[in-house]
Design a protein around this ligand. Structure first.
Ligand code: NI
Length: 176
């Protein structure tokens, strides 16, 4: 296993649209393991392959904070949605450090994906049925956006996004 480097906004590679996984093989299984290790190391609740510069449709999530509820999705697709909500707690992203924002998301989603055994499964998440489900609903949509090259700050106004960009660029310069 390995901890992978995470790309940070405004890295243009974060804008890459990920390709579907053609075959669920050991390479993909190892990628998932490394993504979990990276996500836990960075204390995130979700990670998309795009963020580690692998442009295949894979996401990992663990909303438990204790690292005991790992969930992974290969080639995830949203097959139905219902309603819109904004979660009380603001959204953040490992690729956009120190930035949080309220983002409207679908309240109820049904998704279909493959697991690491190449089995298709479906999952329904309803944000109205509790805090954990609300976080999971947001997290799935957030990570799936990454696979499209989309970031949560894209939902904000261009002015706000520019301010975030300036702030992060300044920080990156200071670190370099
Ligand atoms: Ni993110």
């Amino acid at each position: 296993m390995a901890i992978l480097d995470i790309l940070h906004f405004p890295d243009p590679r974060l804008r890459t649209k990920a390709k579907p996984v053609k075959e669920v093989d050991d390479k993909i299984r190892n990628l998932i393991k490394d993504m979990f290790e990276t996500m836990y190391h960075e204390e995130g609740v979700g990670l998309a392959a795009t963020q580690v510069d692998v442009h295949q449709r894979v996401i990992v999530i663990d909303i438990s904070k204790g690292g005991n509820k790992p969930q992974h999705f290969i080639n995830p697709e949203i097959i139905s949605t219902e309603g819109i909500f904004v979660r009380e707690e603001k959204e953040g992203c490992l690729s956009v450090p120190e930035t949080n924002a309220e983002i409207p998301r679908f309240q109820k989603i049904k998704i279909r994906a493959l697991n690491n055994k190449n089995e298709t499964f479906e999952l329904e998440v309803d944000a109205t049925s509790g805090k954990e489900q609300a976080l999971l609903a947001v997290c799935i949509q957030h990570e799936m956006d990454h696979l499209e090259g989309k970031l949560f700050i894209d939902y904000l106004s261009p002015l706000k996004r520019q301010r975030i960009k300036d702030k992060l660029k300044k920080q990156q310069r200071e670190k370099a």
